[in-house]
Write a protein that binds this ligand. Structure first.
Ligand SMILES: [Zn+2]
Length: 362
């Protein structure tokens, strides 16, 4: 009797600390069109060339990213991802080790991919990057209507298509993309970021901003508004690949790793996020092999192969996954909800299962 009473007291005393390991916040980060090969083996010597990769300063690229082994190369390219997800989280998609991560929409380009990963299911109607406002509800929109999330969901993207992908007018949360007017702007006060948005030359017209600009907006927004569910969509990794600039693909991907590290450290310094925040990092599609590395799409073989990483509260600690069942892009949506204790699939049975069990709600 006395012993079981003691056990009950101990369990109650331990409960809050056990629960604190679970997540109250989730950040989904997607860098567009990043090859799984670059994630797992780092810079590829075939493309650190003028002819194969369109690289300009090959000596500088080699100095910064070429190393004798694949493990050293990937750590030079993505030091934070490999320390965090590789060390205390999970990375799926190294096909050389028997871990497959795939796009299931069959189209292997952006809007169908973002639709699949944000809603939890491929939709054949979504067949163009100029497709209109998304008829499907994203997990972000679904969460924004759940108790505890009103005003605590936000999405930022370098690409203007995110307005349609998230269905900005219906979504019920902040969606900021490309060069749209900035959140927290004040009439009559021009901040440095307002000036940059107003004055910078736009290499991709108005459709794509710079990842660095987006990140400046995100850091400011997180400090002020402390969102619980946050989306970041980086676009330069795809743009530079289409332009056959492997050097700039490497540099923009390395920068994305730095942005992820910066945001993680910022959040860990804030009581709202410390110890109870999950990061998920992935891509919307892969790219072709050989000379087709610049391309992707329905007719490009192997561009369906992607990768996914997860770390922080509630993330499995499998490291680099080996010899496992295939995971799919469509599983990301339910995973975003599951780490928060929300069962997206129970509400929307057609979507793919989460990668983790639904955590008890806090
Ligand atoms: Zn593309």
């Amino acid at each position: 009797m006395r012993e079981s009473f003691l056990v009950a007291v101990l369990v109650l005393a331990l409960l809050p600390s056990a629960l604190s390991a679970q997540s109250r916040n989730v950040v989904l980060i997607v860098s567009d069109g990043v090859r799984w090969q670059d994630i797992f083996t780092g810079a590829d010597s075939t493309y650190i060339t003028r002819t194969g990769g369109g690289a300009q300063d090959t000596a500088a690229l080699r100095r910064d990213f070429w190393r004798p082994t694949a493990d050293e190369r990937r750590r030079a390219l993505l030091p934070f991802l490999w320390a965090e997800a590789g060390g205390h989280g999970t990375i799926w998609g190294n096909r050389a080790l028997g871990s497959e991560a795939s796009v299931t929409n069959g189209l292997k380009f952006s809007y169908p991919g973002y639709n699949e990963l944000l809603t939890g299911a491929a939709d054949p109607r979504v067949n163009s990057n100029s497709y209109g406002p998304n008829p499907n509800v994203t997990v972000f929109e679904w969460l924004a209507r759940r108790p505890g999330f009103a005003g605590r969901v936000a999405a930022f993207g370098s690409w203007d298509a995110f307005d349609r992908i998230f269905n900005k007018n219906r979504a019920g949360f902040l969606v900021h993309s490309a060069f749209a007017p900035l959140p927290d702007a004040k009439a009559g006060i021009e901040r440095p970021i307002d000036r940059l948005y107003r004055t910078t030359t736009r290499p991709w017209d108005n459709t794509m901003s710079f990842d660095a600009f987006m990140m400046a907006v995100v850091v400011d927004y997180v400090k002020r508004h402390k969102p619980r569910v946050l989306y970041l969509g980086f676009g330069e990794t795809d743009e530079w690949a289409h332009e056959k600039r492997y050097d700039l693909v490497m540099r923009s991907l390395h920068d994305v790793d730095g942005y992820v590290a910066e945001l993680w450290r910022l959040m860990q310094s804030m009581p709202e996020y410390r110890g109870n925040t999950t990061f998920i990092v992935t891509t919307d599609h892969g790219r072709g092999d050989g000379a087709k590395w610049t391309d992707h799409g329905r007719d490009v073989d192997n561009a369906e192969h992607i990768w996914m990483a997860m770390f922080g509260a509630g993330a499995p600690k499998l490291g680099e996954v080996r010899n496992a069942e295939r995971v799919t892009q469509s599983q990301v949506a339910a995973t975003v909800a599951a780490v928060l204790g929300e069962d997206y699939r129970a509400a929307r049975p057609h979507v793919a299962a989460a990668l983790v069990p639904v955590r008890p709600r806090r």
